[in-house]
Design a protein around this ligand. Sequence first.
Ligand SMILES: Cc1cc2nc3c(=O)[nH]c(=O)nc-3n(C[C@H](O)[C@H](O)[C@H](O)COP(=O)(O)OP(=O)(O)OC[C@H]3O[C@@H](n4cnc5c(N)ncnc54)[C@H](O)[C@@H]3O)c2cc1C
Length: 469
Amino acid sequence: MAKTALSIEQQETLFREFTNLLGETRVIHTETEEYGADATEDLCFPPQFVVLPETTAEVAGIVKLCSKYNVPLTTRGAGTGLSGGALPVFGGIVLSTRRMNQILNIDTDNLQIKVQPGVITQVLQEAVEEHGLYYAPDPSSRGSCFIGGNLAENAGGPRAVKYGVTKDWVLDLEVVLASGEIIRTGASVLKNATGYNLTQLMIGSEGTLGIITEAVLKLIPKPACKRAFLVNFKSAEQACEAVSAIFRAGITPSALEFMDRDAIVYTLQVKNEQNYPLPDYAQAQLLIELDGANTAELDEQMDRLGMVLEQFNCDEISVAESKAEQDAIWRIRRAIGEAVKSHSIYKEEDTVVPRYYLPQLLNKVKSLEIEYGFNAVCYGHAGDGNLHVNIMKGNLSDTEWNERLPQGIRKLFEEVKRLGGTLSGEHGIGWVQKSYMDIIFPEHHLELMRGIKKLFDPQDILNPGKILP
Ligand SMILES: Cc1cc2nc3c(=O)[nH]c(=O)nc-3n(C[C@H](O)[C@H](O)[C@H](O)COP(=O)(O)OP(=O)(O)OC[C@H]3O[C@@H](n4cnc5c(N)ncnc54)[C@H](O)[C@@H]3O)c2cc1C
């Protein structure tokens, strides 16, 4: 892949080709900055052009042009990614899927939905809920992120602990390959033992192997009842210990989220929220949600949960019974990421370990804070062992930050690996995490991945520079 800027002549030729294909209104060539950034730190790589296809055929046409002129092509969903996946780091073309936002079919007989990639996740969820159905994957960004971005990142979210992540809901994908050819990776069936599983290869491939232009997703009946609780802990470590105890007692919550005190306090400040229950002694909270077919089922689960939590001296539990109360606590939880980000320059790590080892992971974070002099705010999907560690620059000088941060992150990931975990539970590797891949994978494993990339994209035009160091 040529990583140099396009000459004026190349730009003019490409502009002409793109406008012939899409018309002038769907080719953006000025003020492209907003397409050069996502939700990852403050990085920005403005692209040369942004193209806005509406159909699979148009996507195929765009890919063929990029192949013909050997130009980098980065697919972009809503740009909420946290690992820089949608950043056009070598310039070139950004293909935005925002106009591919049609729900094509809700099949209430087979419990399936067929969508274009630019459908907002929450829009999809609400559309199926009108039919009494449920699409569970719910990244905290669900009000803005697109289903295509969820597929490309294998997004998770709070409900993954009971219902699995995006990959567990996908039956079939339509994908435009680097050659411009179009494939379907699966079928609209619940079982499929037909050849290599390209559906699962595409999921989480961050736009480096192909462009997802359509998806068939599984649905289930919507759970009838829900209850949410906030549980206060005198120590963050104790909160983490309670997590695995809950599962060992045979309870599978529909969400089990950890929030340390700083994460909550920063968010309450940003949201100017006065009524949120946070006693002075609480160093951490678990947000636990139970769902089920009826209230008797929830009462029974709640009794058992109470017995587990007693072992951890949790005397104060705030129950959110009504939908309004539940929405209020989820609003705070979902706002943590943005609130922490607004507090200081930061770097977010998406660590994941077997859940029983969460206390060890937290202890390592605390010891790194002392060793390197930064503060880390922790929160996340504790039921999955998935802790978001937000390392804050605070009062460190730029030099100290730039020197110490990579060292601290490396040590953190070495511990994550020792505990049986890995670099990312749900945010992907993208641009900003790839320099840590060697901690998890030996060189021959990385070579295998490079071989796959080369097979799918011999010219290296699809989202170059991502995932692989
Ligand atoms: C406040 C906040 C909360 C978040 N909470 C969660 C959470 O709880 N769980 C979670 O998993 N993530 C979370 N995220 C991260 C982010 O929202 C997810 O990664 C989401 O899936 C990204 O979707 P997007 O549409 O914004 O994708 P983008 O950021 O636009 O793109 C992400 C990657 O997908 C690729 N891509 C996009 N569309 C396609 C396509 N059609 N075909 C091929 N490749 C494509 C891009 O090239 C890029 O590599 C959060 C982010 C924010 C800002």
